[in-house]
Write a protein that binds this ligand. Sequence first.
Ligand code: TYM
Length: 344
Amino acid sequence: MTQPGRRISGFKPTGHMQFGNYVGAIRPTVEGQHAQPTVVFVADLHALTVTHDPHELRELSLEAAGLLLAAGLDPRRTLLYRQSDLPAHTELHYLLECVASYGEVHRMIQFKEKGGGSGTRLSLLTYPVLMAADILLHDIVEVPVGRDQRQHVELTRDIALRFNERYGPALTVPHAVHPPVAARLADLADPTAKMGKTNASTNGVLFLLDPPDVLRRKIMRAVTDGGTEVAYDPERKPGVSNLIDLISACTGDDSDRIAADHGTYGALKATAVDAVLAVAEPLQRRYNELSEEDIEETLRAGAERASERADATVQRVKEAIGLTSARRAPAGSRGTPRTAPAPR
Ligand code: TYM
């Protein structure tokens, strides 16, 4: 049933994709897709957990898919689709809500950070369970994510283990894997914060579609640390170490080697500009060559391919949990009347 090592990555279209997404998830996924079966999806349902603009959501979903293709995702090898095109996600979500507890989702850091007020969408509380459904739907073994998502993968494991214990072994239990460097790329203007699509200020966020001169300016203005020595020391020198992480993630070079090769912060920033542009420029060129129709067609075909395994998982879960299996009821057998019985 389970192919060894199948991986999944999801990207939430709440804003424009940025370099944290690239180094933390896109690059490892693209590099791993030839060695391991891979599933990648645009997590548009997750974007509904916070205030959103319907038109913008549609645009951002297509942009995310286009950037994934431009970054080298091969849709003939890798399953690429949009989450809302595959109804099995929401069906499994509900079934798993009946296995997860209020206490465990309430503890999730992202809810503590973003939720709280009485106007908070209920879906923000339950979205880690939707994320669990995303992963469990495909019998995933490895989830390559940045450190920010580790807690959600732990929750997914807990839900899968509990389900299997209660109802029999219907679900594959996954685990998180992290890229060797830049598991958490920080905001260039505030090295204590994560670089994110929705950060209040965009000064320290490198968007994948930022024009080259904007990327250059943001990097040259990056906050560095006291002193003048270039050293890789995330505790004492978070700003400098973040720039080293960024270079290392883009070039594959070793962090200490990068530090040793640079005498000044200015020289380090100049290398960071070169490393980032060497990724961004070809990526933007390929992105601009893609048409909206091509992206839509790729997503549609992906959802169709994804549905076979996803539907089979939902069916397995429904049977295990005690819901009537429509598939197993023989035609014309008792209990499947063609017309509704008279109300009692
Ligand atoms: P999202 O859209 O916030 O981020 C997508 C991926 O990018 C990684 N990432 C980072 N890595 C390093 N440094 C950063 N600054 C940085 N910012 C983002 C994230 O770890 C993630 O891997 N809930 C998920 C989407 C999702 C998902 C899933 C992922 C939904 N279902 C199932 C994996 C499996 C999210 O908000 O990702």
